[in-house]
Design a protein around this ligand. Sequence first.
Ligand SMILES: [Zn+2]
Length: 412
Amino acid sequence: MSEAKEVVEISKADPEVVSRIKNLSKTVPIVDTHNDFPYLLRGQLHYEFSSNGDFDFNHTTAHTDLTRLKEGGVGIQFFSCFIECQNEDRYSQDFNVPNSAVRDTLEQIDSVKRLCADYEIAVVSNSEDALKAFNEGKFVVTMGIEGLHQVDISLSVLRLYYELGVRYATLTHNGDNPFATSVSSVTGGLEDKGLSKFGVECVAEMNRLGMIVDISHVSDKTMKDTLKATKAPVMFSHSSCYGVTPHPRNVSDEVLLLLKKNSGVICINFYNPFITQSESGEATIEDAADHIAHAINLVGWDYVGLGSDFDGCSSVPVGLEDVSKYPELIAKVLERTNGTDEDVAKLMGGNVMRVWKASEVVAASLSSQQPNEANWEDRDWYVLGYGYPELFPGALQLKETKFRPTMSWEFL
Ligand SMILES: [Zn+2]
C-alpha cells in the first residue's frame, strides 16, 4: 500500500525584500555559526576528497556547496569540527574511558584547512581578519568544536585547538563530560549538575584564550551556571526557542532574557524537530522564521543570529532546504517584524561578530594571566613503571599516579 506524501505549501517570500537582503549581504556578511559539512567528508570519503574526482565543493548534493553559499549571501561560515562522544554507554559517567575523540577532532580541523586551501577559501582566526577577508570578496571560514568531550578532559587540548584556529567550543554534546551536564542526560533521567568546578575553570580558560563559550546542547542549569561564570558574552551556536516549540534542546524565554543581560547571541537552528510540533514532523521556512521572530520580539534585534545545523541534520524545512535560502528566511522574518537595514544586519551576522569581538576584548584584558593548569580531580594518571629521577625531594609522593607495567629497559 502506498501512502501519498503530504505536500506542504508555502508562500513565496516577497521578491523585493529578498533582493533587498541579497544587496545588503554584499556589504554585510551573513554569518552561520553551525554547519557540519566536514563530518560528511569523514563518513563518506574518509577525508580523501582532494584526490576524489567526483567530489567538487562547488557543486554537491548535500545542504552546502560554494555555489549555493554564494547564492545565499553567506559571507562567514563557522564549520563545526564535530566528533560524537564515543563511549558506547551514552549516559556513562566514567570519563576516564580511553577514546579517539582528540585524533578524530584533529582530522576534522585538518580537513577544513585542506578543503579551504583547495578552494581558495580564507580560514581566519580573528573577527577583524574575518571582516577584512569578506571585504576583499573572499568566502570566509572559521571553526568550532561541538562538545568538550572533544578535548578529552584536558585544558591543554583546548588551548591547542585554539592555536589551530578553533574559535568556539560547545560545553557538551549529547552526553555529560567532566565540565558540564548536557540536556540529553537530564531528559534521560540523570541529575542536572550544571557546570562542574572543573567546568568553571574551563570557562575561565576559554575567556582567557578568547574561545567563544557555546551553550547549545547543555542543560538548563549548565546554561545558568555558565552565564554566571563567564566574563565574555556567550553564544548558542545552534538552538531554537522553547517558547515556540517546547523541545528540550531549545532555549527557554527565561534563559533568553539572561542571555540578553550577558550580551550574548542565540543562533537559531533550522532542524525540523526543534522548530515544529506538526504531526507529520515536517517543518517549513515559516516555522524557522517564527523562532527568529520570537527571539527578536522577546529580547530585541541585538541578540539573535543564524545557526542552521545544515549537513548535521537529517531533515530540513520546506523552503529552507540548503545554504542558498538565507535571504528568503530573513524576508520571512521581516513579514513578522519591522526591521530596518541596521536591524537586519545584526541578525545576518552583526551580532555574532560583536560576540566574537567581545571574546577577543575580554581575552586581551586577561592577557597577564597564565594558562590554567587545573586538572579534572578524578582523572587517572598513568606513567611507565618507576625508577625515574625525582624532581625535588618529596615530588614522587605529591600526586596519586598509577603505574603501567614496565617494558624491558634494554631499549632505552
Ligand atoms: Zn548539535
